[in-house]
Design a protein around this ligand. Structure first.
Ligand code: SAH
Length: 350
């Protein structure tokens, strides 16, 4: 049993079952035993691989998208260049490298990284070398200034609550105990104002998930973009409107039982992009494959391929496919852009 499992069992014995959100929050972010708080989970030796770790092209294209839009908006002189949940810092490093020659962009950018894990903050500091950056615990603490922001595989790590429809009520999935071990169960159904709008498109037995922290984060981002200009690009796996059980655990690149080793597996859920969109005045939505292709991934890939041969070339072509092919990440991963009500569509979303 992991130390966190022992702690959670004692808590459930003392005060009853936990929502999935409470369980996820401790598993991922508990200061001593949390998954992100204690390790660097990325890459082939870790538990999962993210797009910026697959290819430098991901950060280059998204960075140039931000920089082009910064120019389109009249290059505001001092702006926040932010990332939510930067992992190893690879995406921001690629963004900074790709935008180094955009006149004035670096001079105006103030890099802010929203990250709660001390282990990963140290890793990000290393990756960014000498580039100055400010670390924050919460998106709500970002400066009141023009905001150009990226978030890749951040929202899937935020705790969710899960409900199963029963008549006009909802029965919440809870983590309780069976014979002293952690087990999943369901609370008695109750009507829920929060899910009133889902009565129209669901039936008894359907499962719906909500991410309670997401709307406030989106509102904080949208408020800054609306008041001071900017652009947020959010990429993640998920779909338009939550439907079905997507709560999952990954360990060593394989799915595992989310209750088996709390604190030692990555826990996620699919992102409900409709819920993100509902929290902002204006958005655009597409797939990762369509966005990267529109931003010039085929051209950039060919340019890099021309300098490669042998195993490196094979790996590069596989990475290109992995980022964009519909049967790989291209279709499962979506992208949403948040931008000012009166501004043009950002590059790649037309
Ligand atoms: N964007 C990176 C890492 C994704 S993993 C990449 O694409 O490789 C999720 C990241 O979000 C980790 O850095 C994790 O520590 C951070 N994180 C998770 N929950 C968080 C929260 N509530 N607040 C701030 N950071 C969080």
């Amino acid at each position: 049993m992991t130390p966190l499992a022992a702690l959670l069992i004692r808590r459930i014995q003392a005060s009853g079952p936990l929502t999935l959100a409470d369980y996820m929050a401790d598993c991922l972010m508990h200061p001593q035993h949390g998954y992100y708080a204690t390790r660097d989970p990325f890459g082939s030796a870790g538990d999962f691989t993210t797009a910026p770790e697959i290819s430098q092209m991901f950060g280059e294209l998204l960075g140039l998208c931000l920089a082009q839009y910064w120019l389109d908006l009249g290059h505001p002189p001092a702006f926040t260049l932010a990332e939510l949940g930067p992992g190893r810092g690879t995406l921001m490093a690629d963004v900074l490298r790709a935008t180094a020659r955009v006149p004035g962009f670096h001079a105006a950018a103030r890099v802010h990284l929203v990250e709660t894990s001390a282990t990963l903050r140290a890793r990000q500091r290393d990756t960014l070398g000498n580039h100055p950056a400010t670390w924050l615990d919460r998106a709500e603490d970002l400066p009141q200034a023009p905001l150009f922001l990226l978030a890749n595989e951040f929202f899937d790590a935020l705790p969710i609550r899960q409900f199963t429809r029963a008549g006009d009520g909802w029965s919440e999935t809870m983590v309780g105990l069976t014979d002293g071990a952690l087990s999943l169960g369901r609370a008695a159904p109750a009507p829920l104002a929060l899910l009133e709008h889902r009565l129209a498109d669901t039936a008894t037995g359907d499962i719906v998930e909500i991410c309670p922290a997401a709307p406030a984060i989106l509102q904080a981002i949208a408020q800054r973009i609306e008041a001071h200009q900017g652009l947020a690009l959010i990429l993640d796996y998920g779909d338009w409107i939550s439907r079905g059980d997507t709560f999952q655990a990954l360990k060593a690149h394989a799915f595992t039982d989310p209750l088996q080793a709390p604190g030692e597996a990555d826990l996620t859920a699919h992102v409900d992009f409709a819920a993100l969109a509902a929290a902002v005045p204006r958005h655009a939505y597409t797939t990762q494959g369509a966005l990267l292709t529109a931003l010039g991934l085929p051209q950039r890939s060919a340019q890099l391929a021309a300098r490669l041969s042998g195993a490196q070339l094979t790996q590069h072509l596989a990475a290109t496919r992995r980022l964009t092919a519909p049967e790989e990440m291209g279709q499962l991963f979506k992208a949403i852009a948040v931008f000012p009500s009166l501004a043009p569509l950002p590059p790649g979303f037309a």
